[in-house]
Design a protein around this ligand. Structure first.
Ligand code: SAH
Length: 433
């Protein structure tokens, strides 16, 4: 009997939390006519909510929210700092390990929070040993990817902000999946906690700032500026001085070019870096590669970026995935140079990570060099060429997910998208002729 009730409650709770219907307004409307039934239903609903809320994600709370919660529990003010330090300095995954807390509080934390937010499903390591990538399962069964890139002096985490992505960029594996859902701030932060734990387990000691990771790039699955609120909340949590204390300047948000959100970001107090996925200097080609360009064309995007630079005085990075025969003609380098000349900006050339099923390949090294040379020497635009990392473990955005995640949502090869692929080829042919 108890078991049956438990399953009923779980099913009802899952249905409710899935947002199928919010029963509260329905119940309130019926109250006058069906007091008993409604009273009973409200009771059941409260039991369900209690059950559902039992295991919150602890990484979802800002420091202030944690302080308020503990104050509501009647705990002295200094407890918040203690718990925060256990979470983000010591990275414990169990309230019982928080040894300077009273047993009753540890019990209440265990009852309230689920510390294992992410379950690693697959871990891959590149043959050069410098890149590691995880497919991580979320509590609702969805999957995301996170990558760690270890350089000589830097450990960079590349993390996801959404399950899938809505923007359908033609060369991007995540873009072919569509958007499943946003991640919560806690699910974003949990990726960093996971990677930081991995580094420490490998013997890396935190620097003064409290973390062994040195950089975070929001360049995994999804679009940070479309999950604006949760991404910024995650940044606030990572940034808090009593926790990981991650400097905003060490974090980079990459956007497909959402103009209103770029303008909004310029007004934020954080000093985070902004990277803009440009990938083409002309509208027809850019729209073929990044369909969002039809809504926010290059002129609007550049105006927003100039305003961002004017307000923040921060250098912006333009990302340019170099696709062989599509957007790597030196004529386009001249267009790009004219577009960016004199801006507080630099270009990051990224030879395309070929996505399985696509005919598109990364540009050859000489082509990348010729393209960079035009930008640097003719237009004085600073350029870096991103080292290709983790090619053998499909470290490109969304690729591991595409290999592992099937569940009926098969990944369509890029060239099955005739509108994208053909339009890009046509645009490229026009430029070179
Ligand atoms: N939505 C954000 C961040 C996610 S992807 C954005 O569009 O910027 C991070 C970067 O990787 C973007 O510049 C994206 O265009 C690029 N990218 C995606 N797939 C790629 C691939 N197969 N090869 C090279 N770069 C890729």
């Amino acid at each position: 009997m108890r078991k049956a009730l438990f399953y009923c409650i779980r099913a009802f709770g899952a249905w409710q939390t899935a947002g199928a219907i919010d029963p509260l307004p329905v119940l309130v409307l019926q109250y006058r006519t069906h007091k008993r039934i409604v009273g009973g239903a409200l009771f059941v609903w409260m039991v369900i909510m209690r059950h559902e809320c039992r295991h919150l994600n602890p990484y979802n709370l800002t420091f202030e929210e944690l302080r308020t919660l503990l104050a509501e529990w009647g705990e002295p003010a200094y407890r918040a700092r203690q718990v925060w330090q256990w979470l983000y300095r010591h990275l414990v995954d169990d309230a019982d390990a928080m040894t300077n807390l009273p047993k009753t509080l540890r019990g209440r934390l265990t009852e309230t929070f689920a510390f294992g937010v992410l379950t690693p499903v697959t871990e891959l390591q590149s043959t050069d040993g410098h890149t590691r990538k995880w497919l991580l399962r979320l509590p609702d069964g969805e999957h995301i990817e996170a990558v760690l890139m270890e350089y000589d002096t830097r450990n960079t985490a590349c993390i996801s902000v959404q399950v899938g992505c809505a923007y359908a960029c033609a060369f991007c594996a995540t873009g072919q999946m569509g958007l499943m859902r946003h991640l919560t701030a806690g699910e974003i932060v949990a990726q960093i906690v996971h990677i930081e734990r991995v580094l420490r387990a490998a013997g890396e000691r935190p620097a003064d700032g409290g973390h062994a990771l040195t950089n975070i790039v929001f360049m995994g699955m999804g679009e940070p500026l479309s999950n604006y609120r949760e991404t910024l909340k995650a940044i606030r949590i990572l940034n808090h001085r009593d926790g990981l204390s991650f400097g905003a300047r060490r974090m980079t948000l990459s956007t497909v070019g959402l103009v209103p959100a770029i303008r909004r970001l310029a007004e934020e107090p954080f000093q985070v870096n902004l990277a803009v996925s440009l990938h083409a200097p002309r509208d027809d080609l850019r729209t073929a590669l990044l369909p969002i360009n039809a809504q926010y064309p290059i002129a609007d995007l550049m105006e927003a970026v100039r305003a961002y630079i004017h307000t923040t005085h921060r250098r912006v990075t333009f990302e340019y995935a170099m696709i062989d025969g599509i957007n790597d003609d030196v004529a386009l380098a001249h267009d790009l140079g004219r577009l960016l000349q004199g801006m507080l900006a630099h270009v990051n050339l990224i030879p395309l990570n070929a996505v399985p099923g696509s005919l598109w390949q990364g540009s050859p090294r000489e082509q990348v060099r010729a393209f960079a040379q035009v930008l640097q020497e003719t237009y004085n635009v600073p350029v870096t060429v991103r080292v290709r990392r983790g090619i053998d473990i499909a470290a490109g955005c969304g690729q591991l997910y595409a290999q592992v995640e099937r569940r009926g949502r098969s990944i369509v090869p890029l060239d099955a998208y005739p509108t994208h692929a053909e339009a890009a080829r046509t645009a490229a042919r026009q430029h070179s002729s």
